[in-house]
Design a protein around this ligand. Structure first.
Ligand code: ADP
Length: 261
């Protein structure tokens, strides 16, 4: 296309004058766009064959005549196919988030108590919570305007991580409270493995995982926090992470009550 994108910068030149510098960033923008399209297309194209592979594995697995010795290999292949499905679906979510500015039609008023109840219902139903204590506190009547699907994914990712990176006997705290008048703050804390300080700045990058045996053992795509970051950016919010190795982590998401105001 012939689109021209300029990045403008006003810098002091002399006492009376300023200099306007225009950088032509069109090729940079075009490159970004083609990278996004490529990732979206590749993910989409990979999905179909993967569904077929998973289907055949399931078929083989359910066959009573499957020799005992082949059960474990087939189950391992099935579990990897499932991982790959999750990666593809996360990549598609990411590329959708990157392309779309938040619009009026995307948002609705969401009561945070009702919303968290819904999320917790799904999480309890999945059986991941095990023996953990979950302490929930939501300021009553607190509501924000947000894209509900995004808010689902934000809460689900943070709570799911708190579960994944903590002990079965651990305690998880989830709170929603007002913040600075125009904002609402979600805090998800765990008493789990914690994060070494040198990694904290990179956690929201795609596929970044703290290289511990634990991270590799628990399932995951390394895309969850990247999705969280994009959701918050789209809503004009932000993420703060604080953690101590061996003691636990606190993930704080701050969202404006009205992201389009
Ligand atoms: P995933 O959990 O799928 O690996 P994420 O993007 O959600 O990907 O998280 C990136 C990495 O950040 C994780 O691999 C893990 O190393 C670290 N991490 C995230 N949440 C926590 C947490 N609550 N406690 C400790 N480490 C965490």
């Amino acid at each position: 296309s012939n689109e021209l994108t300029l990045s403008m910068q006003l810098v002091p030149y002399s006492q009376q004058r300023k200099l306007l510098i225009a950088h032509n960033i069109s090729s940079h923008i075009a490159l970004q766009r083609s990278r996004r399209t490529f990732i979206a297309n590749a993910s989409h194209e990979l999905r179909t064959p993967l569904t077929v592979i998973a289907g055949y594995l399931e078929y083989v697995h359910s066959d009573d005549s499957l020799p005992e010795a082949l059960k474990t290999p087939v189950e391992k292949a099935m579990s990897q196919a499932q991982n790959m499905e999750q990666i593809i679906s996360d990549l598609l979510s990411l590329s959708k988030l990157e392309n779309k500015l938040l619009k009026k039609k995307d948002i609705q008023l969401i009561d945070l108590q009702v919303h968290l109840d819904k999320i917790m219902h799904t999480i309890y139903a999945s059986g991941q919570v095990a023996a953990r204590q979950v302490k929930i506190s939501v300021t009553s009547g607190l509501a924000i305007e947000a894209c509900e699907k995004d808010l689902d994914s934000l809460c689900y990712n943070l709570i799911n991580n708190a579960i994944k990176y903590s002990d079965e006997q651990g305690t998880i705290q989830i709170t929603w409270q007002p913040y600075n008048g125009a904002y609402a703050m979600l805090q998800v804390s765990d008493d789990g493995i914690g994060i070494p300080p040198e990694h904290i700045g990179y956690l929201t990058e795609r596929f970044y995982r703290v290289d511990s045996g634990r991270s590799r053992r628990v399932g995951g795509t390394g895309l969850g926090l990247s999705i969280v970051k994009h959701i918050l950016e789209r809503h004009n919010g932000r993420l703060e992470i604080s953690s101590r190795v061996g003691e636990g982590s606190i993930f704080t998401a701050i969202l404006p009550k009205n992201p389009l105001a």
